[in-house]
Design a protein around this ligand. Structure first.
Ligand SMILES: Cc1ncc(COP(=O)(O)O)c(C=O)c1O
Length: 375
């Protein structure tokens, strides 16, 4: 078997959950586990969070919620993007809580409920301009909602576009959300919970915490909140091993299109991981891996299955050595070296969310406490 794998530290996720719960309190945390728990593997992550007493989970798709129910997850699950197609009956039967933002969705749920009462969370667009009933259309939406038998607004929510970057815009969004609450109440609805905050808002905007916060990236170790020190631990470590070593003479090219040429006599290591595994190709000639606790630059273009590293400055490097693409590694003297997903993202012009979600199905996930949890 290929020695490439993603090691997922479930204790780090549980720890991060406790950190965000502490920050958010008295608000409770909905753990956002969409997109296979940001690449960490949704079922083991959800089980660990349920064991930790998570107030609920959020997924994007009905099918993600159904997968969790089939795996025996019984906690509340909010389906953030509602139901597409004809899944309304299945969503209600599985006890998932749908988010709605369009009257046709509410009608479809009512038809599926066949006269029985059902609860939804209503999403209002306060500036994200993606999903959500626009504030200007909220009154009209609620008039139509009131005529649908059985439909009940259990939650009112919005999503913040710039909680990590623009405090002024966030304040405007929260003001619009306050107006939305008035409109909803004026139409006779009494939502039991209000929620708006993602991870960044949970850390940076206390007034956005309301009853529930929806945290995703923070659970996986990244607060996404500039200026905030948070004791979070990255939960995924991507590792492989050296399978070949060769010396290159000065001027020799490496990989497809020869985008790297050895400037000196260079020791090159090949590791069996590539963009087919979700390693960002943009990291070619920019990123690095850890070997024996040292950084070895990625040289040449990353290919689908293989990546090459300049290991000239790694003393004693040998075939079979572990190479860490992100995560931590102990060097020979016990020192801890680290490359985290934020650093990879910066090198690749993207965000840590994409670096984590990109790790493909071909990479087996191994679960347990990682080195940080053990030490
Ligand atoms: C509606 C909604 N709420 C919450 C989140 C969680 O965001 P974060 O991972 O930044 O905490 C997301 C993720 O994109 C989302 O789409």
């Amino acid at each position: 078997m290929r020695p490439t794998r993603a090691e997922i530290d479930l204790e780090a996720i549980a720890h991060n959950y406790r950190v965000v719960s502490e920050v958010a309190g008295p608000a409770k945390v909905l753990a956002v586990v969409k997109a296979d728990a940001y690449g960490h593997g949704v079922v083991p992550v959800a089980r660990r969070l349920q064991q930790e007493g998570a107030r609920g989970l959020c997924v994007a798709l009905a099918e993600e919620g159904l997968e969790l129910r089939e795996a025996g997850i019984h906690t509340d699950i909010v389906v953030l993007n509602g139901a597409y197609g004809h899944a309304h009956g299945e969503v209600l039967a599985a006890g998932l809580t749908p988010v709605v933002y369009d009257i046709a969705q509410v009608e479809a749920f009512a038809a599926a409920a066949g006269g029985r009462a059902f609860g939804v969370h209503l999403k209002v667009d306060t500036g994200m301009a993606r999903l959500g009933v626009p504030l200007a259309e909220l009154g009209r939406f609620l008039e139509r909602f009131g005529a649908i038998p059985g439909a009940r607004i259990d939650g009112l929510m919005t999503h913040l576009a710039c909680a990590d970057s623009d405090d002024g815009f966030t304040a405007e969004q929260l003001q619009r959300f306050t107006r939305a609450q008035h409109v909803v109440r004026a139409h006779g609805h009494r939502p039991k919970v209000l929620h708006a905050a993602n991870s960044a808002a949970t850390f940076r905007h206390p007034s956005s915490r309301y009853d529930l916060v929806r945290c995703g990236i923070a659970l996986f170790g990244f607060p996404n909140a500039p200026g905030v020190e948070a004791a979070l631990r990255p939960a995924m470590r991507l590792r492989s091993e050296v399978v070949a070593l060769r010396w290159l003479e000065p001027g020799a090219p490496v990989g497809y299109d020869g985008t790297f040429r050895a400037a000196r006599r260079t020791l090159l290591a090949t590791i069996p991981v590539g963009y087919g595994d979700g390693l960002m190709r943009m990291g070619s000639n920019r990123g690095a891996a850890l070997l024996r606790g040292r950084r070895a630059p990625i040289v040449g273009n990353i290919s689908m299955d293989l990546t090459t590293l300049d290991v000239t400055d790694v003393p004693g490097v040998a075939v079979g050595d572990e190479a860490v693409l992100f995560g931590s590694q102990r060097g020979p003297d016990g020192e801890l070296a680290r490359i985290d997903a934020t650093e990879v993202a910066e090198a690749c012009g993207t965000i840590p969310y994409e670096v984590l979600c990109a790790i493909s199905r071909r990479v087996p996930r191994f679960y347990g406490p990682g080195p940080a949890s053990r030490s």
